[in-house]
Design a protein around this ligand. Sequence first.
Ligand SMILES: [Zn+2]
Ligand SMILES: [Zn+2]
Ligand SMILES: [Zn+2]
Length: 624
Amino acid sequence: MLEKISDHLYLFRDTCNVYVVTDGSRALLVDFGSGRVLDHLGDVGVSQVDWILHTHHHRDQCQGDSLANERNIPIAVPAHELPYFEEVEVFWGSRQIYDIYDVRQTFFTLAQSVRTARVLEDYEAFEWGPYSFSIQPSPGHTLGHIALVAEIDGARVAFSGDLISAPGKTQTLYDLQYAYGAGDGCDYMVYSLAKLRGRDCGLLCPSHGDPIGDTAQALRSLEDKFRDYLKHRWGIGTPTHDIAPRAILPHLVQIPGCSNTWIVVSDSGKALFVDYGSQSRTFMYSFDVFFEAGNRLRMQEHNIDLLRDQFGVKEIDLALPSHYHDDHVNGLPYLQKHHSTRIWCYQNMTDILRHPHGYKLGCTYPEPVQIERSLAQGETFQWEEYEFQVFHTPGHADYHMAMFGQIDGKRVAFSGDEVNLRGDDHYASNNIWRNHVHANSHEITGTLYLEHQPELTCPGHGGPFEMNSAHWQSFHDWCMKEQDHWRSLAGPASLEQAVFPDYVFLYPYQPPAAPGDEVRMQVWYENIFEEESTLEYRLVLPRGWSADPDSGTISAAPGEKKIRDFVLRIPADQSTACRRQVFTIDATIDGRYMGQLAEAVVDLRPELDWGTGGENPRCSAADE
Ligand SMILES: [Zn+2]
Ligand SMILES: [Zn+2]
Ligand SMILES: [Zn+2]
C-alpha cells in the first residue's frame, strides 16, 4: 500500500522505503527495493515509471533492479557507485575475502550486474517533468552515497538514503567503517549531515524509518553525536568538515587539507588557487588504500563559503595544479563547471589533464580538465597585481612545477610535493618511479631552488616553512645524494633503464574501443640511451584484431622522443565479457631483441568509463 506524504509524493515500505514522485500518470521512484512497488502504483493512477534513481548500491535499495531491466524502466545510479551495478562480477571476482582490511560493507552488493541508463554526477541536477533533483554528495553509509534534493508540492524535500533514519539516529554503524579500525565513515557522516543541513530542507525522506519534518534539528543532533563519538573513540577533535582556511600572509590563504589549497587573494576579490584537492587524509585514504572495482577518488566541495565570508573572495578566477596528482587536482573539474574557473598548467601536464586515460602514471585523476593555457619553462605571467614565474621541478613526478612570486613583500614558492620537511630542519624530496623520474630529475629541482632561494615555501602537504640558504643547500645535497644511491643500486649501464619504465609506450594507454570500432593510437619511443638508437617493433594483437601499420622502425637522437601513428581495429564479434583486453608491442632495440616491452589496455565498454564529460568515446592527442 502507498502512503501519501503530499499530493505528488508517496511512500511504499519494502526492503527499504521506496518513494514515488508523480507527474500525472507517470512516476519517478527513489530507490526500488524488491520491486513490489510496481504492483501498487495503479492505486494512485500511475501507469508508467519513467525512472528509478538510486541513493546507493546496497541490495535492500536495488535487489529488484533486474525486474526493472526486464520492464525497460531506466535506472540512474550515483556516479561513484556505477561499478557496483554494472560490473558486479568484477567486484565479486576481486573483492578481498581472506585478510580483510577493507572492511567496507560493499558485501551488500548485488549478485548480478544490472543495466543502468545514466549516472548521477555530484553537484549536478537530474531533470524530470516539473522537478529538478539536485545531487548532493553524502558519503558515510557508503562511500559513493548521494542525497537527492527537489522541490515537491511546495516543500524542499531531501531523499536522504541511509544518512539518517530518525532524528539523531542512523540505521547501521557497521557501514561506517572502511579502513580497519578507522573512524573514516563517521568523519564522512559529520561532513554529509552538515552539508545537507545547509540545504535547508523542509522534509527528509529516509530509506528506513519515517519521513522527518524538523530537519535541521534531526540532522544537527546526529552530527553532534558523531562529533562526540569521533573524540571519544579516535581522539579526533577536528572532523574533516571543520578544517578551515587560515591566513598565512594578508593576501595568502591556506586550506590545510590532506593536500593543501593555496589561495592568493587579489584586492579586487579575485582568487588564484594553486591546487584544489582532497580535504583531509581521511577523505583521501579511504580511496588511496582501498580502491575496489574501479573506484574513482571523490571530490568534496569544501571551504568556498568561508573563503567568501571570511577572506573576501568574490570569484575563483584562476587555478593551477602544482602537479597532476589526483589528490591535488580532483577539485579542478568542479571549479571549472560550477565556478567558471580558468585552469592553466605547466606545459608537460597539459595532455595528462586533458586525456588522463592516455597514461599509466601514479595518481592520475580520470575526469578530464580543460586547460586554457599551457605555460613554458621559465614563463612569467601577470595575474591581477601579482607576477608569477613557473619552472619544471621533476623528482616526485616529471609532470610537476614550481611557481614563484612576491606576495606581501615575501618571495613565495608553491612547491607541490617536491620540498618536504622531515623532522626538524631537514628537507628532502621523494620519488615514485611510476610517476616518471629521470636520472637527473632531483638534480634539476635541487639546483633550481638553490638558485632562487624563496623565503616562504608553500608545499602540497603540511607547512608552510621559512627556509634560509643553509636549508636550500641541505635540500640540494639530499637531491644529489638520492641520485648517488640510484647509481650505486642500479644494474644497467644507463641509469635511465633502471628508473624510467616507459621509454617504449603505447598511447593512449587505455584506448576506448567497443566491438567494431577503430581507434587512433601511437607508438612513442623515447631514446634514453647516450647514442642514436633504433626501435624496430611489431604489435602483438588478439585473434581477429588488426592494426595499420602493425609494425615499424623508429630512430631517435639521444633524449629525443619520436611518435608513430597507427589505427587499431576491433572485430565486431569481440566479446565484452571481460571489459579490458590487453595487447603488447614486441621490441628490438639497436638489434637486441627485448620482447614485449610495453602494453596497452583496451577498454571495450567505454560507456562505463569515468568522467568522460559527455565525450564518449574519449579522444586523445592521437586524434588531433
Ligand atoms: Zn544501505
Ligand atoms: Zn603528488
Ligand atoms: Zn601530494
